[in-house]
Write a protein that binds this ligand. Structure first.
Ligand code: DHB
Ligand code: FE
Length: 324
């Protein structure tokens, strides 16, 4: 078919009406963005000869994604989260804010309000019998190597079946979620279990999209971090454990070379006894360097609807209903 109507005055006038360009009320930025977004989609329909059947299948898929609160899951899979990181990296570079541990995506599964501890926390509740003990430790420093005592280190990860507490109601509240304030030497230590990889639920709308692209929905074993301290740039990052089949094939595009960390198996009885453990464990070390900044807005994480972040905010509550 050769029908192309997008560039006709009739369609362009129609697009202006759709985006409220001729209305005095509303929000100018919303008008500009909707004009561009709808216009690009109109043009796409023209260029690809999208059929009615295809269009309504697309609408139905969006409904399915929305009804299971899965846009937050699909977003990393379609690379938006990593693209936003690439932009933030470029913004930092332009402002000459360089150095420090690289950022990478937050993902959709953070829950605010985890228990707080000083220096050390045990993160797991001991119920995951398949999980190998993980001793996770590191030092928070500035880019000159000076330790940052009291730095706030928020850590969250999934269990040995890939489930995150809160989203997986079979787990205790805040299982494998903790906030640890670094000790006087900038060090933090957590006892937990080695997480497994994570997979998008089979058959879920996100999985349907990925399968249509010939892609999988697997992530390597990973551990999420928010790290912050006064006078320093807030860091959102995660480590990907080395040796996982998906370490370099992450559907969420979060892997960065500097963030691939080995888990070293330790079976020396003296090391086991020192940590009051019952048997061999895996040692994971992740030191973090934060860039300095005086700008208050760079010292905190950016706003986003997050589970349990704000009880009064509907979007925040909705973020907690994702089917993952
Ligand atoms: C997704 C899940 C994660 O655990 C994560 O860290 C990032 C993305 C997801 O399902 O999209
Ligand atoms: Fe995750």
């Amino acid at each position: 078919m050769t029908v192309k109507i997008f560039d006709t005055p009739e369609v362009q006038d129609f697009l202006n009406a759709v985006a409220g360009v001729d209305q005095s009320g509303g929000n100018d930025r919303a008008k500009q963005i909707v004009h561009r977004l709808v216009g690009d989609l109109f043009k796409l329909i023209d260029d690809f000869d999208v059929t009615e059947e295809e269009y309504w299948a697309g609408v139905n898929l969006l409904n399915a994604l929305g009804s299971q609160t899965q846009f937050g899951l699909l977003s990393p899979g379609l690379g938006f989260d990593h693209f936003l990181d690439m932009r933030q990296d470029a913004i930092d570079a332009e402002a000459k804010r360089t150095g420090g541990t690289p950022r990478t995506i937050e993902g959709p599964l953070y829950v605010a309000g985890a228990p707080e501890a000083e220096g050390f926390a045990r993160m797991d509740d001991g119920s995951d019998a398949d999980g190998e003990v993980m001793w996770l430790t590191g030092q928070v420093r500035d880019v000159d190597g000076t330790p940052i005592p009291g730095a706030k280190v928020e850590i969250w990860h999934c269990n040995s079946k890939g489930g995150y507490s809160f989203f997986d109601p079979s787990q205790d509240e805040y299982n494998m979620r903790r906030t640890i304030y670094a000790d006087s030497d900038g060090r933090y230590t957590a006892r937990s279990i080695i997480p497994s990889g994570y997979g998008v639920p089979e058959g879920a709308p996100t999985d349907v999209v990925l399968k249509s692209l010939g892609r999988h929905g697997e992530r390597p074993a990973h551990i999420h971090y928010f790290v912050s301290a006064p006078g320093h740039q807030h860091l959102t990052t995660q480590i990907n454990l080395a040796g996982d089949p998906y370490t370099y094939d992450d559907f969420a595009f979060a892997t960065r070379e500097e963030l691939v960390v080995p888990a070293e198996r330790i079976d020396d009885p003296a090391e086991i006894a020192k940590r009051e453990l019952d048997g061999p464990f895996s040692h994971v070390v992740f030191d973090v360097e934060l860039a300095q900044t005086d700008a208050a807005e760079l010292q905190v994480r950016h706003a986003r609807p997050r589970a349990k972040e704000d009880d009064q905010d509907l979007a925040s509550q909705l973020a907690g209903t994702a089917k993952v």
